[in-house]
Design a protein around this ligand. Structure first.
Ligand SMILES: [Zn+2]
Length: 510
């Protein structure tokens, strides 16, 4: 090869190298799919009821933390000072003066009750006949269902709820709309067509053969598609014939990785009637009779469960959805939280708003009411009412401190729904759904209460974070939800800024 030819080859080689590097971004070493969120983070790594008196061991707090996301999945999480050096050039969104928690999880809610909150003075069964069935019937109209479903998801996000286990109206098109809207918003949801064929108006009934056929079609179309999961949904044993429950059992055998969502032992009259009509000793026994109780079974309420039913739920890995707003609003009763959390017989729990039996579209309100239910139980068991009923350990387990409360609507809710492999905390590999809390959001009392705990820069340690969170649930309200993020993208921003809510947020390249 001549010197001239060698020079031409070298020139071409260096030209190629120069061209290649000139087309790369300046931060070429960084993965362009990565982004970071910097702020104060609070999440959980364990069940606080396992750490009585030392609940902080179950939680994780970074006053200055960094959440690194790769296409909406958590890639890394920790203190900003420890992690930032690993990701030079990372595009970071800084969220100041806020507390960031995993997205809230509602384990029990009704899509077609979005427009029917706050009906006066009735217990469950007349409330269903007078208010709920007529409203849900309207969801047969696809246009009505479409608008109501959009409102439902808007309200979920405004309350900081990023995942729900939902009952949909007993119409296939309304159920399709639920999953289609969830898909458009990229939200992880579990839901299903709610079947009923007794104790309801004829036009509202779902004949068992139609329920079986339509549920099967919906499972094939939506289950495990994107973030959608399907729950076989007999509305409640009180409203289900043996044939409908048999259809549910058959579907469960055919699709063993689906969920089962229903109600159990909510109201005293309902509970007695359901067991008697099915020829069972108790309410849970009706679902057991048809093979429905096991992992991924979620029974709403469980207010009137016996000790024996709690033990059977524990043995089968099934869950109860505690819905205190609804239980108080409809006068159903006081769920025995301390009994369900007995370490010798622990029942999986998820908390639900049960909107519209619950009169608020907000899990922060649920925590407020759950705390009060727990305190009433505490009084009943501390020996002051009847020394024969004294049970100090169970009395204590009823007390819903901030750790137990927020665990129950994040990681605990995910565990109860068998969804913790996807959601619930900021562990690596989880889907990055989270809520940005403003501890000053809410009534004026919130601000003076919180000002006693920390300054505007936010909590500096775990204890301050705990006190702020308890203040949010006990003094504040859903206006504490400033932003809600789905898979690393902001899906909701509170519209009205409060005077104290002036901290800037937005992209900030490190
Ligand atoms: Zn319900």
């Amino acid at each position: 090869m001549t010197t001239n030819a060698r020079a031409k080859i070298l020139l071409a080689f260096f030209s190629f190298i120069a061209l290649t590097f000139s087309t790369l971004p300046s931060a070429w070493a960084a993965d362009s799919n990565l982004k970071g969120i910097r702020g104060s983070f609070f999440d959980f790594v364990d069940d606080p009821w396992k750490h009585v008196g030392k609940e902080e061991e179950s939680a994780r707090f970074y006053s200055d933390g960094l959440l690194v996301l790769d296409n909406g999945i958590v890639k890394d999480f920790g203190a900003y000072g420890d992690l930032s050096g690993k990701y030079p050039g990372l595009a970071v969104t800084k969220i100041s003066g806020r507390l960031i928690l995993p997205g809230f999880i509602s384990g029990h809610i009704h899509v077609p009750q979005t427009r029917v909150l706050g009906a006066y003075g009735q217990q469950l069964l007349p409330w269903l006949q007078d208010w709920i069935f007529p409203e849900e019937q309207k969801y047969q109209d696809p246009a009505y269902a479409k608008k109501g479903t959009k409102l439902f998801f808007d309200d979920l996000l405004a309350g900081g709820t990023t995942t729900c286990l939902a009952f949909v109206a007993p119409f296939k098109s309304a159920t399709e709309e639920f999953f289609d809207e969830a898909t458009r918003r990229n939200m992880r949801v579990i839901g299903g067509l709610a079947g009923i064929d007794r104790h309801a108006p004829p036009e509202f009934m779902t004949p068992p053969d139609r329920f079986y056929r339509e549920t099967k079609e919906l499972i094939e179309k939506y289950h495990n598609k994107g973030r959608n999961l399907y729950a076989i949904t007999p509305r409640f044993a009180y409203g289900a014939s043996p044939e409908l429950l048999e259809a549910c059992g058959k579907l469960r055998r055919e699709y063993p990785d689906t969920w089962v969502n229903t109600h159990v032992s909510e109201n005293p009259t309902e509970t007695k009637t359901a067991a008697r009509e099915a020829g069972c000793a108790d309410y849970l026994g009706v679902y057991e009779k048809y093979g429905l109780v096991g992992p991924r079974f979620v029974g709403g309420h469980g207010v009137w469960l016996s000790d024996d039913e709690f033990e059977r739920l524990h043995n089968k890995g099934a869950a109860i959805a505690f819905c205190p707003c609804s239980n108080l609003f409809l006068g159903s009763g006081l769920f025995r939280l301390g009994r369900a959390t007995d370490p010798k017989c622990r029942v999986l729990l998820t908390f639900g708003d049960d909107m519209g039996g619950g009169n608020r579209f907000s899990l922060i309100h649920v925590l407020d009411e759950a705390y009060k239910v727990g305190m009433c139980n505490n009084t009943m068991l501390d020996g002051s009412v009847d020394p024969r009923c004294q049970n100090p350990a169970e009395a204590e387990r009823n007390k819903l401190n901030a750790y137990r409360a927020f665990w129950s609507i994040t990681l605990g809710g995910a565990v109860g729904l068998y969804a913790d492999k996807w959601i619930g905390n900021f562990n690596k590999g989880k889907e990055a759904d989270f809520v940005v809390l403003d501890w000053n959001g809410g009534p004026p009392a919130t601000r003076w209460h919180q000002s006693l705990i920390c300054d505007d820069n936010g909590p500096k340690n775990m204890k301050e974070a705990e006190n702020l969170l308890f203040g949010i649930m006990a003094v504040g309200d859903d206006r504490a939800v400033d932003e809600t993020w789905i898979m690393g993208k902001r899906a909701y921003k509170r519209a009205v800024e409060t005077a104290a809510n002036v901290a800037p947020t937005g992209p900030d390249v490190q």
